[in-house]
Design a binder for this molecule. Structure first.
Ligand code: ADP
Ligand code: MG
Ligand code: MG
Length: 884
């Protein structure tokens, strides 16, 4: 070991310093973390005796040190030199030796795969002398010149930061002059001319030359690969996938093998199975007489891999065997890169391949069926988040798209429809059979009807947990939110989008999986129900301890939730039931009623409607628990806005009409107005102070349960009281409710969504049959943050600047809110051993949060129906990870 940075290596058994040779024994070191995915893959392949060109890996820790100090750590280049000598010995070539030149590639590769995000330099070690030597040695001048011009090009672009298009344009110009199509048709003389031209470009653009000294080249290239960790592309990728910035990249230095030595040579990439569908069998492409990047760069069109069998049969067979072997060794689908030099196969990379959700399911199931992996491993192979997109129509991957703007991918799936700007219009046109997209600045509960009618939703404002996003996900409706390029002019019936104007009725498409807003009609593909999905999820169900229920407010949602594997309803909100048409009118009548008679009359109208609502849901959830939450929001949400009312009154008086009734309504509306309605007269407070609605709901629930049971079914309804802070609230409310149940035995529990409720959970538990954590409100209350304001005003900024690494409304804040949950669980269970515990906030569908709820020992989570499969899988993952 030649150097150590701040004790970084000390204590790591087997650590040798900055560098690991491919064949070195790493001891107990974490090879993946230190050598990156690419480096560790090469070492493993070598260990298996597969044909891998010699080389060595500079560790990620070295990169971290370089990034911190902006200097090559002392001793690094000595250690590189030693390892280079080992490669020279093994190959008989010399780095910089014109007699038999060794060329190397200098390759990036982090521990977490970030395909194509960082840089690689090939053919390093070439200069005028070694290029001549290479030509003589191989007897192929054209080949040597091709390598040389490639080297100048790559070194210029990656190390000296010359814009790459300048080189490409020079190649195009040369091909034009010569009247040839492909770069392979350029002659040896052409390539020499190109190289000279490239060197001129470098001098002009970078004000310097590519060094002739191979060691100087190597040091600069290593520094450039380290730097590429901080490149724009790489940083953006890490943000997107939540990869920490402080991992650093390893650098692999490896003897070059040449796929550009004529028609017995080739280069290619392949997956062991189809990464889009999971179908078995090699899937890939190759190019004859080409080097590395040519395949992906699109310079020539690569050929499908099976055609290689004809042109290079020996190497093809060997590659097939190698691919199978690697898949068995890794127990996972592999993504491989290879080169064939004069009929000899070399493996240059292998890693577990990225895949779609559908492919992940099929591969996991097939591999378990073939005994390659266990059922538990198969379950772990499928990411919970990857299931979301499977249940919705998707944009045909082959389709050509004109993306007009982008917003947040708030609710997956794609939808096409004509633009409407109001909920009313959405309803009207949808009822007339038209497919519509609802475009709003932002949405509120008044828009829910319109959202139901629309195929998809697009908003200008709002985040991933805005009203529009939450409601759309709940409905399984595609939505793009926070599309800042969208400007809506409702009065003129036009919208501005990406510098263009569209009118109501014009057709757009939104892709809720990517956040894209697309012009016109786009071909969609339907979600294919798959046996793989059913099978893997069944395995997950056998594994998990946590129950998964759904948040559902209608029989239709309940049915869908059940199909998706929900074990009941964890949250049935009743407020939506009063929001639409006729019911809203009666609700208003009731709220505005003065005198018991009018009140009783309104309630008599509402009660049978509620009974019917509950019957439908209980039938759909026959035999499974259904938790009905009594009315939660403040009453003024059901009334017209007081400002609107005031305007109507002013208008009437202006026309000399009598505005008495409106004035009375205005008085009531104003009396119900609150400075901070979130913390005002709502939930159980309303239930205690204006008990009419709660008692009516309790009666309706009991009647519905009785009716459904008399039909021979097994209704299992539970009544849930929201916003309890004091045990006395629950005690009183429960007594009042139980008096209305007409002998029906119905469990009564409470939401736990206030910090005080967590602190006195033992006392509340004495009055409750169950707790359901309302983690949305609990997060707001514990953090002192209003969600709607927060997402717009500062959460996005916090996330961008890294003050917060996650959105606490998406993923539960373990350290803060999580502690409150744990406190309530402990106190609650201690006071009431039979207490059932669940979660009904949006967090119930978030895989990381599900893991927390599992660890906290809850009985179930509840989430929107479309997130149920993901939650089932996440719950299984949590159980499996805990047991290992
Ligand atoms: P990326 O991470 O972008 O895939 P790589 O380091 O894998 O970058 O390099 C890209 C391509 O360069 C490889 O797929 C391979 O074809 C080629 N390449 C890299 N190293 C060598 C080598 N030692 N010999 C021949 N080709 C190489
Ligand atoms: Mg690669
Ligand atoms: Mg709440």
């Amino acid at each position: 070991m030649t150097g150590s940075i701040d004790g970084m290596h000390t204590g790591t058994p087997g650590a040798r310093g900055f560098v690991y040779g491919f064949s070195d024994d790493p001891g107990a070191a974490d090879v993946l973390a230190l050598c990156g995915g690419k480096g560790s893959g090469l070492m493993r392949m070598r260990g298996l005796g597969l044909p891998v060109p010699e080389g060595f890996v500079i560790t990620t820790e070295t990169c971290v040190s370089y990034i911190q100090t902006r200097e090559m750590p002392e001793g690094l280049m000595d250690e590189v030199g030693e390892n280079l000598r080992r490669v020279e010995e093994a190959t008989g070539c010399g780095f910089g030796d014109p007699g038999n030149p060794l060329l190397v590639s200098v390759r990036s590769g982090a521990a977490v795969s970030m395909p194509g995000m960082m840089d690689t330099v090939l053919n390093l070690g070439l200069n005028s002398e070694t290029a001549r030597g290479l030509a003589e040695r191989t007897g192929d001048e054209r080949f040597a010149r091709d390598c040389h011009r490639r080297f100048i090009q790559a070194f210029g672009e990656i190390v000296l930061k010359v814009p790459g298009h300048l080189f490409e344009e020079a190649i195009e110009a040369m091909k034009g002059e010569r009247g040839v199509e492909a770069d392979t048709e350029l002659t040896s003389g052409d390539l020499e001319e190109l190289r000279v031209g490239f060197e001129e470009i470098v001098v002009r653009e970078a004000g310097t030359v590519v060094p002739e000294d191979p060691r100087g080249q190597l040091e600069l290239a290593i520094g450039a690969v380290f730097d590429s960790w901080l490149g724009e592309r790489a940083v953006a990728y890490r943000r997107e996938y939540g990869i920490p910035d402080d991992l650093g990249t390893a650098v692999t230095v490896q003897r070059m093998v040449f796929g550009n030595m004529g028609d017995t040579s080739a280069t290619g990439v392949a997956f062991t199975r189809n990464p889009a569908t999971g179908e078995q069998g090699l899937f890939g492409e190759f190019l004859l007489n080409a080097q590395g990047e040519d395949v992906v760069a699109g310079i020539r069109t690569p050929r499908p891999l099976p055609e290689m069998e004809e042109v290079l049969p020996g190497a093809y067979r060997q590659f097939l065997e190698t691919a199978e072997r690697l898949e068995r060794e890794y127990g996972d689908m592999q993504d491989m890169e290879f080169t064939i030099e004069r009929d000899r196969l070399y493996m240059l990379q292998t890693r577990s391949g990225k895949r779609t959700g559908a492919a992940a399911l099929k591969i996991a199931r097939d591999m378990a069926a073939d005994g390659l992996i266990s059922q538990a491993e198969a379950v772990l192979r499928v990411e919970a988040g990857s299931l979301d997109g499977l249940l919705h129509p998707r944009i045909d991957p082959e389709a050509h798209l004109e993306v007009l703007a982008r917003g947040l991918p708030a609710s997956p799936g794609a939808a096409t429809g004509s633009i409407v700007l109001t909920a009313g219009e959405a309803k009207e046109r949808a009822e007339a059979g038209e497919a519509v997209l609802l475009l709003r600045r932002e949405t509120n509960p008044d828009d829910v009807d319109g959202m139901i009618s629309a195929r998809g939703v697009l908003t200008a404002l709002g985040g991933m947990t805005s009203h529009a996003a939450v409601v759309a996900r709940g409905m399984g409706k595609p939505a793009v939110t926070g599309c800042n390029a969208l400007k809506i002019d409702t009065s003129r019936g036009v919208v501005h989008l990406g510098g263009e104007t569209f009118e109501v009725g014009d057709v757009l498409t939104v892709d809720g999986a990517s956040g894209a807003v697309i012009r016109g009609d786009v071909p969609l593909v339907a979600p294919e129900p798959s046996e793989d999905f059913e099978t893997v999820l069944r395995w997950a169900d056998e594994t998990r301890a946590l129950g998964v229920r759904a948040n559902a407010d209608t029989p239709e949602d309940a049915r869908r939730a059940r199909e998706l594997g929900a074990g009941g309803i964890g949250l049935c909100r009743t407020e939506h039931m009063f929001m639409e048409g006729e019911r809203l009118r009666i609700m208003r009548e009731m709220i505005l009623s003065e005198g018991d008679e009018a009140l009783a009359e309104a309630l008599t109208k509402l009660e049978p409607m509620q009974v019917e609502d509950f019957e439908g849901i209980l039938r759909a959830m026959d035999g499974l628990p259904v938790t009905v939450r009594l009315l939660d929001p403040p009453l003024h949400e059901f009334l017209p806005d007081s400002k609107d009312l005031a305007k109507v009154i002013a208008g009437r008086e202006g026309r000399g009409e009598d505005a008495g009734e409106q004035r009375r309504q205005l008085r009531v509306a104003e009396s119900l107005e609150e400075r901070n309605p979130m913390l005002g007269l709502r939930g159980v407070r309303l239930g205690l102070l204006r008990p009419e609605v709660y008692l009516m709901q309790a009666r309706a629930i009991a009647r519905a349960a009785r009716t459904v049971r008399e039909e021979g079914r097994d209704p299992r309804v539970e009544i849930m009281i929201p916003l309890v802070a004091f045990a006395s609230e629950l005690r009183k409310m429960r007594t009042m409710i139980e008096a209305e149940l007409a002998g029906e035995e119905i469990p009564v529990g409470t939401m736990i969504e206030l910090p005080r409720a967590c602190a006195v959970a033992d006392k509340i538990a004495a009055e409750a049959d169950f707790f359901s954590f309302g983690t949305n409100d609990l997060t707001q209350m514990v953090c002192g943050v209003s969600r709607d304001d927060a997402e717009e005003k500062f959460l996005a900024g916090y996330l961008n600047e890294g003050t917060l690494s996650f959105n606490p409304f998406q993923t539960i804040d373990r350290d803060g809110v999580g502690e409150f949950v744990k406190m309530a669980v402990d106190k609650g269970r201690e006071a009431n051993r039979g207490l059932k515990l669940g979660v009904c906030g949006e967090h119930g569908g978030d895989p990381k949060s599900v893991a927390f709820f599992h660890e906290a020992g809850l009985d179930y989570v509840s989430c929107s129906p479309f997130r149920v499969p993901g939650a089932r899988l996440a719950a299984a993952h949590a159980a499996l990870r805990q047991s290992t």
